[in-house]
Design a binder for this molecule. Structure first.
Ligand code: F6P
Length: 360
């Protein structure tokens, strides 16, 4: 029987979103189904004109494009939705409006492409009777139950490329170059790009750092003849006994924004050692650009899988990667806790065996 499905992309954008949208539209269209694209995340349900048909023509040529053709938002939580009333921001519950729009659209399934935040909203909407299938997205790679999220690989490539470029200035000027990368409370981007980019120090939120131990490792490097060093710091990294640097506190419906630890570390190193330091904050460059081959392929396969899951009625589940297989797991399990780097795990051990200082 022909079905009608909807798809939305929620939370921060990341490379590979368009590959998922294309995968969904192509495999659904080949089944004879109709697809409705919801613009700007869950918020799109509040506006009829933001719920539009998506056809084969709409997804032509989008595979190499970064971002999402549907738009996204990380302020669109229907249960805590910010609106401006008489010049003041108020947080209201718009779930009923969203549920009635979904009823009007007469869909057999909604595909939510999102990270932890969007998938938690999806679970709540499931509880209100909406048949939802999830697709795990985030450059932070902090979702459980999947080997990796799409978008992460491209972000790591970007961070590694930045380290390669910083290497030349570090070497030429005999400086300590600090690169601050994203990842929120998880250190995956810092750890993997740090190993790949030949970092001397990698600081991740999962291992609170000891600044004196870091400086001592840099002194040892100098005594051994290395006149420069590369430090990668995850934005969520923080000193032992201290707290992480929050640039903007979160409000109802928005998350806190991290950033600034790179500057702090460079300052601490510069004041303890006789060395020049410089900081680069990679920021949203990690979220942009054309997706890597890996993310194009993973995103496309996730899109196809999500359509298969709607067909089989596997609602409340999310597509995931296990080894080389694309499987389906419960969304509840995936968002139960963040997927963090294990401080005693293989990846950290291997980094330390390479002589990289992990801040401890
Ligand atoms: O979750 C993805 C992410 O890029 C984090 O790594 C980062 O902390 C955050 O989003 C930045 O969010 P925004 O785009 O709202 O500044």
């Amino acid at each position: 029987m022909n079905k009608r499905i909807a798809i939305l992309t929620g939370g921060g954008d990341c490379p590979g979103l368009n590959a998922v949208i294309r995968g969904v539209v192509k495999s659904a269209t080949l089944r004879g189904w109709d697809v409705v694209g919801i613009e700007d995340g869950f918020e799109g349900f509040l506006h009829a004109e933001k719920c539009r048909p998506l056809t084969w023509d709409d997804v032509r040529g989008i595979l190499p494009r970064g971002g999402t053709i549907l738009g996204t938002s990380n302020r669109g939580n229907p249960f805590a939705f910010p609106i401006v009333r008489e010049g003041k921001v108020e947080v209201v519950d718009v779930t009923e409006e969203i549920l009635s729009r979904i009823a009007c659209l007469d869909i057999d399934g909604l595909i939510v492409v999102g990270g932890d935040g969007s998938l938690k909203i999806a679970l709540e909407l499931m509880g209100r009777g909406i048949p939802i299938v999830g697709v795990p997205k985030t450059i932070d790679n902090d979702l459980m139950e999947t080997d990796v999220t799409f978008g992460y690989n491209t972000a790591v490539e970007t961070a590694t490329d930045a380290l390669d470029k910083l290497h030349s200035t570090a070497e030429s000027h005999h400086r300590v170059m600090v690169l601050e990368v994203m990842g929120r409370y998880a250190g995956w981007i810092a750890l993997e790009s740090g190993i790949a980019g030949g970092a001397d120090v990698i600081l991740i939120p999962e291992i609170p750092y000891d600044i004196e131990a870091i400086c001592e490792s840099l002194r040892v490097r100098k005594r051994r003849g290395s006149r420069f060093s590369l430090v990668v710091a995850a934005e969520g990294a923080f000193p032992r006994g201290g707290g992480r640097i929050v640039r903007h506190a979160g409000t109802a419906g928005t998350l806190e924004r991290l950033g600034g630890v790179g500057e702090l570390i460079a300052h601490e190193i510069g004041s303890r050692l006789d060395v020049e330091t410089r900081v680069t904050v990679l920021g949203h460059l990690q979220r942009g650009g054309s997706p890597s081959t890996f993310d194009r392929c993973l995103g496309s396969r996730f899109g196809v899988k999500a359509v298969e899951m709607v067909e089989r009625g596997e609602f409340g589940h999310m597509a995931c990667l296990r080894g080389t297989k694309i499987l389906s797991v419960s969304i509840e399990e995936a968002v139960r806790a963040p997927h963090l780097v294990d401080p005693d795990g293989d990846m950290v051990r291997h980094a330390e065996s390479l002589g990289i200082m992990l801040g401890r």
